[in-house]
Design a binder for this molecule. Structure first.
Ligand code: HEM
Length: 460
């Protein structure tokens, strides 16, 4: 139990967590605090106060770009230690943000998704070749680990022409372990006891960050060694494109920050989302059957699939399953907003200019706007009529405004295709009767989730 200090002048409950100790899953603690204290509360930690909000009305205000903007708050300040002024952690007014944003946007236009499709399919087939072996010998697959193999290889190849070869390794590429430790450092640093000595952890993080940077150098060297400046993938744009407005290019230090940013942001959350989606499917057989019906209608009983770009757009219900998954467990469970000027939030909460406000996305996604039973997994919530009837601010798994996720379509295309292919091919056996447990390293994943697989025999 954590003490609540009501400070009426702030207009919201203040919860002092300094004595409560660390938690492995800060998102679950924030969700619990929101349930107990309502949609706006201040978390006090070692003398530092942060306002957290989670209701549709307050988030709708925060989404107003005239009053609020992205905050590079304490968590992202920590991430900046290894991603610098890359797109995700750049300050709004840092010239490199707008420059990189404008230069890289074409790589995320619809036409570009078409060019990534064959690579996404190639990597999906690597995963399926590996899962076929498990299906044949009956051994379980580690779902989050294999989703990470798949998404890392995909962003590596599609964005950078670089092959991490994750399915040829017994263990995931060491990039993953170093990245997770860096993200974990960025998260746990938030609740550090200032009285203790943290030098050892800081040095370990530095070593990991140096390793990540060395992988980036390898990725860039592999491209420059080919002498090719033709490719218009992410790396090609970073290395050669000029800004459409002022003709400037990205400098080398910034390119390194962008590469590391995209290698992390481009795979970590998509893999968690896919793992949660598979969890939801095995726990909801009626939904699984509906996805099976959708993919069977599209692909029949063909064993060797060759989904086209257009096919993925036709997997509407599969996409609804992913959206509903992102509602309950948004893989990046928070984002920060910053007030442009002093203002009253909700007409009652005083906020000063520059103040950082955290959005607890999983609780926004359980706002009463979602109906009486928001904990219930129900992809029908994303049927077109239901979506049209709901505020766009009720669903923010990709953040908001001009700093929202640039890779949203990339993630959804990749994840929809893979989920469809897996459901088409396998019976998914929940052999441990898995109970959801989260692993958080800033982002969230289902911890220790394994499945066994059998070939589908019920297709007509
Ligand atoms: C930004 C979530 C996939 C690249 C963001 C933000 C969120 C998010 C919440 C905003 C953060 C903030 O406001 O501070 C997700 C989720 C994904 C996903 C849930 C998968 C399901 C991807 C992919 C890529 C990517 C596949 C790249 C290929 C980025 C970048 C930014 C960003 C570069 C920063 C954009 C900017 O500030 O200009 N993402 N993301 N993300 N994401 Fe994603």
């Amino acid at each position: 139990d954590v003490p609540v200090i009501d400070v009426p002048s702030l207009g919201v409950p203040v919860v002092d967590l300094s004595a409560a100790g660390l938690t492995d899953t800060p998102v679950l603690r924030l969700m619990e605090l929101a349930r107990r204290h309502g949609p706006a509360f201040v978390q006090r930690l070692h003398g530092h106060d942060t306002l957290f909000v989670s209701s549709l009305d307050l988030v709708t205000e925060l989404a107003d770009e005239r009053r609020f903007t992205k905050a590079v708050g304490p968590a992202l300040e920590n991430v900046r230690e290894f991603t610098g002024d890359g797109l995700f952690t750049a300050y709004n007014d840092e010239p490199n943000w707008a420059r990189a944003h404008d230069i890289l946007m074409p790589a995320f236009a619809l036409g570009s998704m078409r060019t990534y499709h064959p690579v996404m399919l190639e990597v999906a087939r690597r995963l399926i070749a590996s899962w076929d072996r498990h299906a044949a010998d009956g051994t379980p697959v580690d779902v989050p680990e294999d989703m990470t193999r798949m998404t890392l290889d995909t962003i590596g190849l599609a964005g950078f022409g670089f092959d991490f070869g994750s399915f040829r390794r017994d263990e995931p590429h060491p990039f993953v372990a170093s990245m997770v430790r860096c993200l974990d450092w960025a998260m746990t640093r938030l609740s550090r006891d200032p009285g203790l000595d943290h030098r050892e952890r800081d040095e370990a993080m530095r070593a990991d960050a140096d390793y990540l940077a060395s992988v980036v150098d390898e990725v860039i060297a592999a491209r420059t060694a080919t002498g090719s400046t033709e490719q218009r993938d992410l790396l090609g744009l970073m290395l050669t494109a000029t800004h459409p407005g002022d003709g400037t290019t990205l400098d080398l230090a910034n390119i390194r920050n962008q590469v590391i940013t995209f290698l992390i942001a481009g795979h970590e959350t998509t893999s968690g989302t896919l793992a949660f989606a598979l969890h939801n499917l095995v726990k909801h057989p009626a939904v699984l059957r509906q996805v099976q019906r959708e993919v069977d209608e599209l692909w029949g009983s063909r064993a060797e699939l060759a989904p086209t770009f257009e096919d993925v757009g036709r997997l509407r219900y599969t996409r609804q399953v992913l959206n509903e998954t992102l509602r309950l467990w948004p893989a990046a469970p928070g984002f920060g907003r910053e007030a442009r000027q002093a203002t009253l939030l909700g007409g009652r909460i005083p906020v000063h200019a520059g103040q950082v406000i955290g959005v607890v996305i999983p609780m926004l996604h359980r706002d009463p706007a979602w109906g009486d039973n928001p904990e219930l997994f129900d992809p029908a919530r994303f049927a077109p009529e239901a979506e049209a009837a709901r505020s766009p601010h009720a669903f923010k798994p990709f953040g908001t405004g001009e700093r929202a996720c640039i890779g949203r379509q990339f993630a959804l295309h990749e994840a929809t295709m893979l989920l469809g292919m897996l459901v088409h091919r396998y019976r998914l056996i929940d052999h441990t009767d898995y109970r959801l447990a989260l692993k958080q390293s800033l982002t969230i994943k289902p911890n220790g989730f394994t499945l066994t697989l059998l070939p589908r025999t019920d297709r007509t």
